[in-house]
Design a protein around this ligand. Structure first.
Ligand code: G4P
Length: 543
């Protein structure tokens, strides 16, 4: 039953009725597909770089940083030619490390936070939550955490920046439990903090590891190990040892022992400490990640969970990216392989249309280069060139029909009116909007009082507006004007007739694309006022 049935590192169980392909099973066992969730500046980029360094991919490590810097320029997004660079095309990184194939999904932070970010989490089997030891749980960490919690995917926590003064490990653990509502189980414990952060104690093995100052730029930080309980251990002076034993006694008394089963059920998060900048604790973290994180597991579908070693290929589209190649007006559909083996040019069925398609032009995307993918296995991400045949949420399969669960829609928090500047382009405007909404680039509502010249756009991140405007202009030749609206939440309203609804000032009734009524509110206060005035009304999610 879902991920919980699979213990880390073990072969994935199969259900009756499905055959098994041992080669696929072996590939599944090796794979880990995850995303990093964090608030900007917590250290996601640095940790990613370190993962690449430890995996010996120095060539790629530099690009990760460059990409972050480049992304800071908003003009990047407006300039669709340059947008085809790495900042957009790299949706996942495939890394080989210690016999494993690690697929790291990209979850952009900062101002380019969007629904894509959330949807990408739908393709992950687990997540790594990076926290700043000083700042603890921050706003964006929480939002991303909630999306992971929706799917109950296991989360490992890395408390970063232990080399910074002011970090308080106990406080961070408390925040994780209180703010996020998940148990926090430290697997190791820092020895010293700030400038004095010099080692870690593994709670299970009771070993202490003291970091040696490596040569500048050296990859792996060497450690000297000892036994924490050995009073003669030369690594710890009496005071440090006493403090460490006190803290660990406190943890032992307060917490329960770490239970991998509860981790896989997303009830508890294992916590490891370190500093991505100095590499302290990075290796211990990667080791824990590989030993605990689950391989691709069964995925829910309309016919029950589909095991990854079902021999026939299947997968679903979790992201559609517009206009990535200047020479072709095509889109790229990103597909997560869920079962079987993908081979280039294979024929599959699209569950939505029943159409047979040949999956040619598949790419693993990184940097400017498109590397053609010949073969892929469950957990892998491939990019498919699309002229509209693949849509967000589509299931592609071979063999017996499969249809994976639809992608959830996420609550928008940003709203704006988009107006078509030239009324003669109104048709193109409507067509462009329809496609962009269908592709999942934006959500849109209409004001019944208005004609077709404007749309109310709703987004998870404000950058989605800019992308929509830029794409309408370049792909449909439609210039638009955007005016931000003060709303912060949308709720579907079930009430007939709507003319009887009493709206608090500053709220608006709109229609979604299926003609359902959606009310927009500026604040929770307004929402409460609306509830008070319309006691009989039922609410649904706007999505
Ligand atoms: P992000 O991707 O989560 O946004 O964070 P990123 O890794 O870019 O880290 C943000 C800043 O924090 C960077 O500094 C980075 O060097 C620093 N940092 C990351 N990990 C650690 C750590 O373990 N300890 C300390 N002390 N700092 C850390 P910056 O000055 O903003 O950027 P840069 O000039 O170093 O690139």
């Amino acid at each position: 039953d879902g991920i919980g049935a699979t213990t880390a590192g073990e072969a994935v169980g199969t259900r009756g009725g499905w055959g098994v392909d041992p080669a696929v099973r072996e590939q599944v066992r090796r794979r880990r597909t995850f995303a990093i969730i964090s608030h900007p500046d917590a250290g996601k980029t640095t940790l990613t770089e370190k993962l690449l360094l430890y995996a010996g991919r120095l060539d790629v490590a530099g690009m990760v940083r460059g990409r972050k810097t480049r992304r800071a320029a908003a003009s990047d997004w407006m300039d669709l030619e340059r947008q085809r660079g790495i900042s957009v095309t790299s949706t996942s990184l495939a890394i080989d490390y210690r016999g494993h194939r690690i697929n790291l999904l990209d979850t952009p932070g900062h101002q380019d936070f969007s629904e894509d970010t959330y949807r990408t989490l739908m393709a992950a089997d687990c997540a790594v939550m990076v926290l700043d030891a000083v700042r603890g749980v921050e706003a964006q960490t929480e939002k991303l955490f909630r999306v992971c919690a929706l799917r109950k995917i296991p989360i490992l926590t890395f408390v970063n920046k232990m080399d910074r003064p002011g970090g308080d490990p106990l406080k961070v653990l408390g925040e994780v439990e209180e703010v996020l509502g998940i148990g926090a189980a430290p697997l190791n414990w820092p020895i010293g903090s700030g400038r004095d952060f010099r080692g870690l104690c593994d709670r299970r093995t009771r070993r202490v590891s003291i970091f040696q100052d490596g040569a500048p730029g050296s990859l792996v930080v060497p450690t000297t190990d000892g036994d924490r309980d050995d009073p003669a251990c030369p690594l710890l002076d009496a005071g440090t040892r006493a403090a460490l034993l006190d803290e660990i006694a406190l943890l032992d008394g307060a917490g329960e022992p770490f239970d991998p089963g509860r981790f896989l059920r997303a009830e508890v998060t294992p916590v490891l400490f370190g500093s991505a900048l100095t590499n302290y604790g990075v290796e211990a973290f990667l080791d824990a990640f590989l030993s605990l994180s689950p391989p691709p597991g069964p995925r829910p579908s309309d016919g029950g969970p589909v095991p990854p070693d079902r021999p026939e290929f299947s997968g679903f589209v979790f992201k559609v990216q517009g206009n990535m190649d200047s020479k072709h007006r095509d889109r790229i559909a990103f597909l997560r392989v869920c079962s079987g083996r993908f081979v280039r040019d294979m024929e599959v069925v699209n569950a939505r249309t029943g159409e047979k398609l040949r999956m040619s032009r598949s790419h693993r995307l990184f940097a400017q280069d498109r590397e053609a993918v010949e073969e892929a296995f469950p957990g892998d991400i491939i990019g498919l060139a699309s002229t509209g045949q693949y849509r967000l949420g589509d299931t592609l399969y071979q063999g017996e029909p499969v249809r994976y669960e639809p992608l959830p829609q996420f609550d928008p928090e940003h709203f704006a009116v988009l107006t078509c500047r030239d009324t003669r382009r109104r048709k193109q405007f409507a067509r462009g909007m329809e496609q962009l909404v269908e592709e999942g680039a934006i959500q849109a509502f209409s004001d019944p009082a208005e004609g077709g010249r404007e749309q109310i756009l709703a987004a998870v991140g404000p950058l989605q507006f800019e992308v929509v405007q830029a794409r309408l202009e370049s792909e449909y030749g439609v210039a638009t004007d955007l005016e931000p609206l003060p709303y912060t939440m949308a709720h579907r309203v079930e009430s007939e007739p709507t003319s009887l609804l009493r709206m608090p000032p500053g709220s608006l009734l709109t229609l979604d694309r299926s003609g359902r009524v959606v009310a927009l509110f500026q604040s929770a206060f307004d929402l409460d006022a609306f509830r008070g005035r319309n006691p009989g009304v039922r609410f649904g999610s706007a999505g």
